[in-house]
Design a protein around this ligand. Structure first.
Ligand code: ACM
Length: 641
């Protein structure tokens, strides 16, 4: 990683310290997301052991944001006493709003003596501070004999979209309060402002509902299983203790809500219904059609997937939409959820609800007939409309996965488009607000690198593909697109560090897509800046995927021969390979064009280099695996889409 330091501590601006007249190299910032406008100047701000903090506002939220920034400085050995030095950092809220900046934008000016940050609203100050943090090197510690300087310039910056989010599934894997906070803290550094908290699913109910205590007494716990999720994990055995899990108490949730708010983040809680309810039904089986006793799913297989969105639940995991008691149950849940979360939206899920148990039940069928409902699809729409009324009775707006659109949706409800963009397009055309999070660009659980070195899940999504995401489809009125988010489902994510690995750097691409102007998106610039942020994660001992530095291996047939094509989308890289079972690859062949894979029992070894140093992982792929790739598009690349 040292090579990146060499690049980023550039020979750019030199500045002199007043005290010693020693030139100080200015650190070259690599800002993610890319600001709207950034003009560089020839000056730079030398960081001394004290910065004079000139607070021109006493707004309490700004005070909170500033105190976390001053903590960062004091951890690095820089104090911020007023009047203690002539290097000043001023913070102000505009007396007259600057229209272009909106609620979250800011102006930041850095010159030789001062840093000036101003915004219309506290949120803008928060975002400006995140940019300013990136003007400091990754592992910044003040050193009297080796000072750093912040590169001078002027930034005027504001977001393209109001909703810039990440979703974390805490049901499949239970993340501790500390884990959740750390995930929130990290996303806030990249100006992501919406944390969608997927709190309930078949594998665990994670939110305390005081009026329905069994939801957490029973629903939060499952028997512990390891191994492939949905594969060979066995169901619970009779009498087996449920020991894996946990939930968040009201006090913990209030603490996390405050923690998020201190980082300009709104939390959108999701209670997924009518499907994905097995954990709740383990506690209250009477809320289902068959009312049979169930267990909290430990990742054992209870569904079959046939492609094209068709599936079957082998165990009932759906609420009974024809039972008034179910709506009383839902009312109790949303009463407490609405009290805990101050944001305007509550997410009601709505995805992948299996209707088979509804269709098979005579009482449900007679309800359908009596109420003039066409079929079970319309019955789901009836359910969604009832739930939407409950949520709005608590003073909140409803958002749900794009299935909630089927059969008509109340005005004011918003749609989260996940099965591609089509649900979002349809919803926007009907005048609903939309959050774009399609599997094709935004599913952060999908495999991001070569299968020979990654933990496989059911689909692939490269950083390049995520970066190519344009959330406003042709012909759609942009005013309906609130923004978008990346979604991290956690079936194969057993801890927070692996959650980081899967989230980043693709969340950088999400951040830049939803913050920066469409015209300023540029892959080469993005990947160079991303590499500088690998340093930041390394310095904090946080996991981040560098899969983008690995070779991309494609095979195809030409004139009856298997050909191999190697590419890599980072800048300034060379790819080396061997195809004769020899290594290290460094002494192999420098890739220039597709080559024939000879017959025989052999493996391809390949790796990416820059300036003669290896940068990616060395991949080893057996010939039989290369053969399997011939017909399969292994990774989706922007260059070839
Ligand atoms: C989803 O991925 N089932 C919303």
């Amino acid at each position: 990683m040292k090579r990146i330091l060499l690049i980023i501590i550039s020979l750019g601006v030199l500045s002199c310290t007043q005290k010693e007249n020693i030139p100080v190299e200015a650190y070259e910032p690599n800002i993610i997301p890319q600001p709207v406008s950034h003009e560089h100047t020839a000056t730079s701000f030398v960081v001394f052991s004290n910065i004079n903090l000139d607070m021109k506002t006493d707004d309490p939220q700004v005070q909170t944001f500033i105190s976390s920034f001053t903590n960062f400085l004091s951890d690095a050995g820089v104090t911020t006493d007023a009047n203690a030095s002539d290097n000043t950092m001023s913070i102000s809220l505009n007396e007259t709003s600057k229209e272009t900046l909106g609620d979250e934008g800011y102006d930041l000016e850095i010159n030789d003596k001062s840093i000036a940050l101003s915004a219309n609203k506290p949120a803008g100050i928060f975002n400006g501070l995140q940019t300013l943090r990136q003007f400091f090197p990754a592992d910044f510690q003040f050193d009297e004999t080796n000072k750093i300087a912040l590169k001078g310039g002027q930034i005027s910056d504001y977001p393209r979209f109001a909703w810039r989010g990440l979703m974390l599934d805490v049901s499949r894997h239970f993340f501790s309060v500390e884990d959740v906070k750390s995930y929130i803290d990290k996303m806030s550094q990249y100006k992501l402002n919406t944390f969608h908290w997927h709190l309930t699913d078949d594998q665990g109910w994670r939110i305390e509902i005081k009026s329905l205590p069994k939801l957490t007494e029973i629903g939060a716990w499952r028997v512990e299983r390891h191994g492939r999720f949905g594969g060979s994990r066995p169901h619970p055995k009779p009498g087996e203790k449920a020991t894996y899990g946990g939930f968040y108490t009201h006090e913990q949730i209030k603490d996390i809500v405050q923690y998020a708010s201190d980082r300009n983040i709104t939390i959108v809680p999701e209670i997924d219904m009518p499907g994905h309810m097995m954990a709740a039904l383990a506690a209250y089986p009477e809320m289902s059609v068959k009312k049979e006793k169930k267990f909290v799913a430990p990742g054992s297989k209870f569904s079959e997937w046939y492609g094209n969105g068709r599936f079957k639940m082998l165990i009932e995991n759906t609420l009974n939409p024809t039972d008034e008691k179910v709506y009383e149950f839902i009312d109790k849940i949303f009463t407490e959820v609405a009290e805990l979360f101050p944001g305007e939206y509550i997410h009601m899920g709505g995805d992948e609800a299996y209707h088979g148990y509804w269709d098979a039940d005579p009482k449900v069928r007679s309800f359908i007939k009596k109420n003039g409902i066409k079929d079970s699809h319309e019955l789901q729409s009836y359910f969604v409309q009832r739930v939407e009324k409950i949520i709005s009775s608590k003073g909140k707006k409803t958002i749900g996965w794009d299935e909630i659109l089927e059969g008509g949706l109340a005005d004011g409800a918003a749609v989260m488009s996940w099965r591609g963009m089509k649900g979002g397009i349809e919803a926007a055309k009907l005048g609903h607000n939309v959050v774009m999070s399609p599997t094709t660009y935004a599913y952060l659980d999908y495999t991001q690198g070569d299968h020979s070195v990654e933990n496989k899940i059911y689909a692939d999504l490269s950083l390049e593909k995520t970066y190519s995401f344009e959330p406003i489809p042709e012909g759609v009125d942009a005013k309906y697109i609130l923004g978008g988010q990346g979604n991290l489902w956690t079936e194969v994510i057993p801890n927070v560090q692996y959650a980081y690995y899967m989230t980043y750097p693709r969340a950088f691409a999400i951040s830049e897509t939803f913050w920066s102007p469409k015209e300023s998106k540029n892959w080469e610039s993005f990947i160079d800046r991303t590499e500088a942020h690998f340093e930041r994660f390394d310095a904090e001992n946080n996991n981040i995927s560098q899969a983008v530095l690995d070779p991309i291996v494609r095979t195809y047939t030409e004139d009856g021969k298997m050909m191999c094509k190697l590419t890599n989308n980072a800048t300034g890289t060379d790819i080396y390979y061997t195809i004769d079972n020899t290594y290290p690859v460094k002494f192999g062949i420098k890739y220039t064009e597709p080559f024939v894979v000879p017959k025989g029992s052999l493996s391809l070894h390949t790796q990416t280099f820059r300036n003669g140093q290896p940068i990616g992982r060395q991949l080893k792929i057996k010939r039989e695996d290369l053969t399997k790739r011939v017909e399969r598009k292994e990774r989706v690349l922007i260059a070839e889409d």
